[in-house]
Design a protein around this ligand. Sequence first.
Ligand code: NAD
Length: 294
Amino acid sequence: MPATIVDGNAAAADIRNEVSAQIARFTIEHGPIRLCAVLVGNDPAARLYADSQRHRCLQAGVQHQLVELPPDISEAALLAEIDRLNHDPEVTGVMIQLPLPPHVDEAVVQYRIDPYKDVEGVNPANIGMLFYGVPIIAPCTALAANELIRRSGIEVRGAHAVVVGQSRIVGRPIAMFLTMQMATVTACHIATRDLAAHTRTADILVVAVGKPGLIGAGHVKPGAVVIDVGINRVTVRSPDGAETRRTVGDVDFDAVREVAGAITPVPGGVGPVTVAMLLRNTVEAARKQLHRRV
Ligand code: NAD
């Protein structure tokens, strides 16, 4: 029997409904919530992502401001702009649209965001606090993967989870969330020998790499929950020779669907839930700023 599809669009709609009500209440009691997205240069994908965030923010009752900066801005000037947003009491959340130009160090810029305004949960202060289980704001994509695992209905405690991809803001926080819920976690990465030998033992398999087709049916234990975080743009050729661009994950969806117990599609899986988590984090940031101690 083909796997159950864990529907990210439905999950995102539920989260947005719940968060919109919280935003409306907060706005009446304390004033508007505003998210500032910093876009350096004119990367079309970053702009597209910023536009879709703006749409979702306005829909949920969050003000959205796109701070556009020139591609040749110095790192020092960019940091000064973040300081300005950090100190502006009208600004609730600050996020940086990626990619940044090569002369700017992404980690340095992310370090600079006030942890209470870091709505994507990318400041090391927030990621580090994950180890203690108490981040001010947790990373959105890890929250999204976690939510979809929860919705799959699998019992995480005691399960064997394999997380492929160990980046600072995606793979490692996901592995940490699963560890905190008492899964037994195997962390795989580019240096893992015989990836399939590990992934085939997973009750929960999370893939966050950025390589289309990395995980095929032979990588998956029958009945496993498969969460595909990857987002890749690929060109596909139809039988008549026409080429089209498509978005796919890291998992060969059609093949793995025949083996897995539950699977997230791409698009329509982790992606929309990540944007919904950004809204949830923004209202969370607004609340926590009312009672901040540092
Ligand atoms: P990254 O490049 O920072 O990290 C990739 C990780 O994959 C590294 O840990 C690397 O060791 C590992 N890796 C590379 N090749 C491998 C291989 N052959 N076998 C096993 N591991 C391998 O990427 P990232 O920022 O973590 O993003 C990963 C993917 O998730 C990308 O496709 C990205 O677009 C996507 N992403 C999706 C969302 C979302 O909301 N759905 C959010 C962020 C990132």
